[in-house]
Design a protein around this ligand. Structure first.
Ligand code: SF4
Ligand code: SF4
Ligand code: SF4
Length: 409
């Protein structure tokens, strides 16, 4: 086996080479930190070169010209969609419109496999399954053979919506180079880099042991107490017995995984030099949280005479292509939208301008993970936070009206 494609030594793990190989000579293998990299079985390989030519990450050529995408502040009008989405529900609104139009949708789901919730790309063709691919997942998803499935759907004349990280979108487009893509609609997210699936599984093991049960549900962004424009707050439901479940709230002060994700310490090496973190987008539209909306566009909020509620979640929607425009037209009656611009949205969404920056002690942190497993990272975080951890814990328990009073003083 050889663990790189030709002389390429950088890889975002998009899986395009795995999908295109005519001899199934490529498998995706974990490196020492759990990230998947292609590995070629030399016995099966016929040196056709397809894996090398399909690799967008290594052949990336930045478009130097072109206008900034058109930017909107947006959220869904549908309460049910808003409730289940991480921010303004724009992905689900568009996905629903595509399904209602007879199309199929691809996106990342957390699927139960071998006692773990695994982030995998799946294909859905009905609204009941939409919930599976709603909500942010802060982990690299497994693409498997989904690019080949998209090709089958397109060849069968189906309308296809594919959502993913910009590198997955670039990988898919590259894979489909000789396929008619008229019916393909692409949504990329503003990506802050992805931790490995292996670390996410190790985190699940840690939670299972600590709370003595099985993970039933993992929500990276929980909106039960409102959309939070400051940090990530999630919820994990642990099934402790047939009749007993426990909800565990997670945030950057009590979870090393969330903490180190926010601090960009555990992202894949290539995320720190990601060529797609710019205004030149891979998707027809780009979606993300509209961070800082209350300061940047206060006029859109109900309390200031607008139509949006901060607590329900607000997205940014970048329209990058003509197809993107058509996609938005198809479902704009189900969305609330206000005009914004690229300069404003990129103020708090740095990955529209540049890749995330690696922490200086990243290697030290990953060494702890390799030597002491995930538990070592939790110990490291506890030590680092010290007494602050108890203060954060008490702060989280305070009712929000009390928090507001404390903040005013
Ligand atoms: S050169 Fe061709 S056969 Fe060999 S691994 Fe690459 S795609 Fe597969
Ligand atoms: S095609 Fe994707 S998975 Fe394959 S080497 Fe290139 S970046 Fe890595
Ligand atoms: S930061 Fe770039 S390379 Fe990393 S997952 Fe996101 S799009 Fe892919």
């Amino acid at each position: 086996m050889s663990n790189n494609i030709g002389d390429y030594n950088k890889c975002c793990g998009c899986g395009a080479c795995f999908n295109i190989c005519p001899k199934n000579a490529i498998i995706m293998e974990e490196d020492e930190n759990g990230f998947l990299y292609p590995s070629i079985n030399k016995q099966l390989c016929i040196n056709c070169g397809l894996c090398k030519s399909v690799c967008n990450f290594n052949n990336y050529k930045k478009k130097e010209t072109g206008e900034y995408p058109k930017v909107n502040v947006a959220c869904s009008k549908e309460e049910d969609i808003l409730k289940k989405s991480s921010s303004g529900g724009i992905f689900a609104t568009i996905a629903k419109a595509i399904i209602n139009d007879g199309g199929v949708v691809y996106g990342c789901a957390l699927r139960k496999e071998d006692d773990y919730l695994k982030p995998v790309h799946i294909r859905i063709d009905n609204n009941d399954d939409l919930i599976k691919i709603q909500g942010s997942k802060y982990v690299q998803s497994y693409i498997g053979n989904m690019y080949a499935k998209v090709k089958e759907d397109l060849n069968a004349g189906k309308k296809v919506l594919f959502s993913g990280t910009p590198c997955q979108i670039a990988g898919l487009k590259s894979y489909l180079k000789n396929t008619n893509m008229d019916n393909l609609f692409l949504i990329d997210i503003i990506c802050h880099g992805t931790p490995s699936m292996k670390m996410f599984q190790d985190y699940q093991d840690f939670l299972k042991k600590k709370y003595k049960g099985e993970i039933k549900e993992f929500i990276f962004r929980n909106k039960e107490n409102g959309w939070n424009s400051k940090g990530i707050k999630g919820k994990v439901t642990i099934e402790q017995s047939r009749k007993k479940e426990k909800d565990v709230m997670i945030n950057q002060h009590n979870s090393a995984y969330i903490n180190l994700f926010i601090e960009t310490a555990i992202q894949r090496e290539e995320c720190y030099s990601c060529p797609y973190a710019s205004d030149k987008r891979e998707g027809d539209i780009t979606i993300g949280d509209y961070w800082g909306i209350d300061k940047i566009h206060p006029e859109v909020l109900k309390e200031n005479g607008g139509k949006m509620e901060l607590s329900k979640g607000i997205s940014c929607l970048l329209i990058n292509t003509e197809k993107g425009k058509r996609m938005v037209e198809l479902c704009k009656k189900n969305m609330i939208m206000y005009e914004s611009d690229f300069e404003k949205v990129s103020r708090k969404n740095g990955q529209l301008l540049h890749p995330c920056k690696s922490r200086l002690d990243r290697e030290e942190i990953l060494k702890i993970y390799r030597n002491e497993n995930y538990e070592g990272l939790e110990k490291w975080l506890n030590k680092k936070l010290g007494v602050k951890k108890a203060i954060y814990y008490l702060w989280d328990k305070l009712p929000s009206n009390l928090k507001k009073k404390v903040k005013r003083h």
